[in-house]
Design a protein around this ligand. Structure first.
Ligand SMILES: Nc1ncnc2c1ncn2[C@@H]1O[C@H](COP(=O)(O)OP(=O)(O)OP(=O)(O)O)[C@@H](O)[C@H]1O
Length: 367
């Protein structure tokens, strides 16, 4: 490793395509920490794909140095380099005449693994990306949905367990619902495998959701800002960044805040057949199985049931649940599913953090 935890270092890297008036990438310096997802975000033509392909030497730099795990990539044999760097692209690029198993097993075969080891690895990877090996290993790419093909593409990139993954608009061609699901799956996967991932997108929402850090480019790969998503949304470095992240930035920022970080109001739990005792607290009526049925107190009136969220959910999800329940508060459950308080709309809007200035949640359990 270079210093600290840097896995990829771009050091004043430029790429000037022959015949082009301006460089596609100009003197770009960027450190990618090990185990993080760094998103390259920016308008079309700003050099995101060029930057990505410089890292695995699909494109050679005109100037500057690129280090992967401390090694100058121009000094490494390209085949050896690419085995250490998984690569996932929008068009997936599965070979149509090969089965899913053969596609995933490409790199292990090139590495000379024996058949039993390849087969075991293929099944392990299919499981990892949520595809049943029995169902999928013998299928051909044309018999898979776009989302399934994308999962196979990810499995193939992971085949030789590379420490680094490059993903170029991996979910670009996928419908919005499947796209959300694949993004969630990528985050789940990353929590388990902790790769260093560089991912290209031009979608701000995707960048905010997936990125541990976002590198936001202006045209010609000029780095406008490199920071945590919350910082980019809250404190854009210049007018370009502010206009690129757009007017929905404040709302998007709520996806990054957890319900548990805000002050909750006390909730009284009322069991079937009992009445609320504490008139000052919100009371929620549970059914025999302990599921919330409706608010039992004055003040809160979910026209469409009780909005329920968990402490680890985002504040954005809490607002979404409130809007759907047509209510101004959501019941908050802990990781065990037990009620710990209520989050009110006004707390979100005024953003009261959890702390000693607010009343601690308290529970009357009237039976
Ligand atoms: N092989 C090439 N030869 C000449 N110019 C190229 C080549 N590849 C890319 N370019 C130019 O380099 C610039 C950066 O392109 P690049 O594909 O890296 O941008 P991008 O940010 O990934 O764009 P998009 O989001 O549209 O994919 C563009 O002006 C593009 O036209």
């Amino acid at each position: 490793m270079i210093s600290g935890d840097v896995m990829i270092r771009l050091d004043r890297v430029s790429k000037h395509y022959p015949g082009q008036p301006a460089p596609a990438v100009a003197e770009l310096s960027l450190d990618v920490p090990a185990g993080e997802i760094v998103v390259l975000l920016g308008p079309s033509g700003c050099g995101k794909t060029t930057t990505l392909r410089l890292i695995n030497r699909l494109i050679e730099p005109s100037a500057g140095r690129i280090l992967v795990d401390g090694e100058d990539v121009t000094r490494v044999d390209p085949d050896r380099l690419r085995r250490r760097i998984g690569y996932v692209i929008q068009q997936v690029g599965l070979f149509p005449h090969m089965t899913v198993a053969e596609n995933i097993g490409l790199v292990p075969r090139a590495l000379g693994w024996d058949r039993a080891r390849i087969r075991a690895r293929v099944d392990e990877l299919l499981d990892l990306v949520g595809l049943s090996p029995e169902t999928y290993r013998r299928r051909y790419p044309k018999h898979l949905s776009g989302g399934e093909q994308q999962r196979v593409g990810v499995a193939r990139a992971l085949a030789a367990d590379p420490p680094v993954m490059l993903m170029d608009e991996p979910f670009g061609a996928i419908d919005p619902i499947t796209r959300e699901r694949l993004q969630d799956e990528l985050l789940d996967l990353q929590a388990r495998i902790r790769k260093t991932i560089v991912l290209v997108t031009h979608d701000v929402a995707e960048a905010v959701k997936l990125g541990d850090r976002i590198a936001l480019f202006e045209p010609h790969a000029r780095l406008a800002q490199y920071d945590r998503p919350a910082a980019i949304l809250a404190e854009p470095a210049n007018d370009f960044v502010a206009s690129f992240v757009g007017s929905g930035a404040a709302l998007r920022g709520l996806r990054l805040e957890r319900v548990g970080a805000l002050a909750l109001e006390p909730v009284e739990v009322v069991r079937p057949g009992a009445a609320a005792v504490d008139r000052s607290a919100r009371a929620v009526l549970l059914d025999d199985a302990g599921r919330p049925v409706r608010w039992a107190s004055a003040g809160s009136r979910g026209a469409a049931g009780v909005a329920v969220v968990r402490t680890e959910d985002s504040v954005y999800d809490a607002l979404d649940a409130m809007v759907r329940a047509r209510d101004d508060a959501a019941l908050v459950l802990d990781a065990h599913g037990d009620p710990v308080g209520a989050l009110s709309w006004s707390t979100v809007v005024r953003r009261h953090p959890a702390g000693d200035s607010s009343p601690a949640p308290s529970f009357g359990d009237a039976r």
